[in-house]
Every structure is written in structure tokens, then in C-alpha cells.
Design a protein around this ligand. Structure first.
Ligand code: SAM
Length: 240
């Protein structure tokens, strides 16, 4: 990046990610259930439990997409709390907001880039990012932004695909490079987006690397929990 402008490669990645999510938005929820055999619901539930969010608190759901986490957080914060559903992608955000509205839930939403959050410093009790960090061009900037908007004592939860346990690797590779694109083609008529998914997972930092990145962004007491043999990891860190 020069003087705040994105380089051609960075711009291409951002454009590509935008294209992928605009294209999958309508089928996103069905595909999630299908591809993970419903496991993503358990992974998300685990994240919510570890958040420790209580009634009256303020929560920011970064890359919130179709609002699974926002909805679960709202149950915990109650009407006295505040849950912001945010995403960079208008198609995903619209699906998420409509889903909430269909259930009679009205919550603030914002279309914004995690690398430049439109919130004041020290505002939120909890920030979450589920399956979103992987898609961000500058993960360090995004993590620093999430740190900035948290109040001292607040925590960040990062739920993301991670490095699987050795003996599982072969079958996991087979699943993600063969089965996933095939499912993507059959159900969403979009093999390419699901090929991107498998590749972006391989490129994403492993458990230890992400822990270090969170520490470098200013988080303390960072720990992680492997879920389903490391297919997914939940990282939690505090702003102290
Ligand atoms: N959190 C939801 C969930 O767990 O189901 C949605 C996850 S979806 C795989 C990833 C989301 O990250 C997409 O909705 C995408 O638009 C969003 N995203 C990608 N880059 C982003 C960025 N720089 N800032 C904010 N959101 C971003």
C-alpha cells in the first residue's frame, strides 16, 4: 500500500472476495449446513458460550454476514444491550438483516470494512469475527481496529478455519478440494467460489501464528481452542 491506496494485487483480492460473497449470499446458509454437516452451528455456539456476554453489553459482529452470531448475541444482551451487525458486502448484509427482521428483530447494521471500523475507541464489551478474518487483505490492520474499538477488559473472539490434526489431513484435503467444489457446483451452481474457500483456508495462518498476530495487535491472555480436530479454532484475547 502506498499512501493509503491499495496496490493492484490488494485491490484484486478485495474484488475477488466481494465477487465470491455477492455470488453465494442467497445460498450461503444452506451451503453452510450442508458443507459442515451442521457443525458450524456447534462451532458458533461454542464461541457464544466463551464470549461471556451478558445482558446490557455492547457487541460488534464483524463480517457478520447472515447474522448467526448477532442473533445469538442478541439473546444474551437483551433489549438493554446493543449488537451491531456489520459486513463489507451489501448482499450478505441484506440477507442477514432480512433474516433478523423476519424474526421481528431490529438491530443496528453497518456496511463497513473491518480494516477501518466506523466506531469510537473503547466502545464494545465484545467483538467477534466468524469465518471472516481469512478474507481480509490486511489482517493486522483489522485486528488492530478490533482492538481499538474494544473497551479495556473487553474481548475479541475469532472463529476461523485452522490447521487440522495430522492424521486427518489426507481426508480433509480430499473433502475440501474434491467434495466441496462438487457440492458448490450442484447446489449453488458455483464451483469456483468453493474452490476459493478451500484455497483461502490453506493460506490462512495456523493456530499459533494467529495467536502471535493477536498479541502483536495488542491482545493479552490470548488462547485458542481446537474444534473438530483443528478444522476450526476459536481464539480469544483480551484488551487490558
Ligand atoms: N460471520 C458469518 C458466519 O459465520 O456465517 C459470515 C462469514 S462469511 C464466510 C465471510 C464474510 O466476511 C462475508 O460476508 C464477507 O463479505 C465478509 N468480509 C470479507 N472481507 C471483509 C472485510 N474486509 N471487512 C468486513 N467484512 C468482510
Amino acid at each position: 500500500t502506498h499512501f493509503g491506496f491499495k496496490t493492484v494485487a490488494e485491490e484484486e483480492k478485495a474484488q475477488h472476495v466481494a465477487g465470491v460473497f455477492s455470488s453465494v449470499a442467497q445460498k450461503y446458509d444452506v451451503m453452510n449446513d450442508l458443507m459442515s454437516a451442521g457443525l458450524h452451528r456447534l462451532w458458533k455456539r461454542f464461541a457464544i458460550e466463551l464470549s461471556g456476554v451478558r445482558a446490557g453489553q455492547r457487541v460488534l459482529d464483524v463480517a457478520g454476514g447472515t447474522a448467526d452470531l448477532s442473533r445469538a448475541f442478541l439473546k444474551r444482551t437483551g433489549p438493554s444491550g446493543e449488537v451491531w451487525l456489520t459486513d463489507i458486502n451489501n448482499a450478505m448484509l441484506t440477507v442477514g438483516r432480512d433474516r433478523l427482521l423476519d424474526r421481528g428483530i431490529l438491530t443496528p447494521t453497518a456496511q463497513c470494512d473491518a480494516e477501518k471500523l466506523p466506531f469510537p475507541a473503547n466502545y464494545f464489551d465484545c467483538v467477534s469475527v466468524a469465518f471472516g478474518l481469512r478474507n481480509m487483505t490486511h489482517k493486522d490492520r483489522a485486528l488492530a481496529e478490533m482492538q481499538r474499538v474494544l473497551r479495556p477488559g473487553g474481548r475479541l473472539l475469532v472463529l476461523e478455519f485452522s490447521k487440522v490434526w495430522g492424521p486427518l489431513e489426507k481426508i480433509y484435503d480430499l473433502y475440501s478440494f474434491k467434495v466441496l467444489p462438487w457440492l458448490g457446483e450442484k447446489i449453488a451452481h458455483d464451483a469456483e467460489s468453493y474452490r476459493y474457500l478451500a484455497e483461502s483456508i490453506r493460506m490462512h495462518p495456523d493456530q499459533k501464528t494467529l495467536k502471535t498476530m493477536m498479541e502483536q495487535a495488542g491482545f493479552s491472555r490470548v488462547e485458542y481452542f481446537n474444534l473438530t480436530g483443528g478444522v476450526v479454532a476459536l481464539h480469544r484475547g483480551y484488551k487490558l
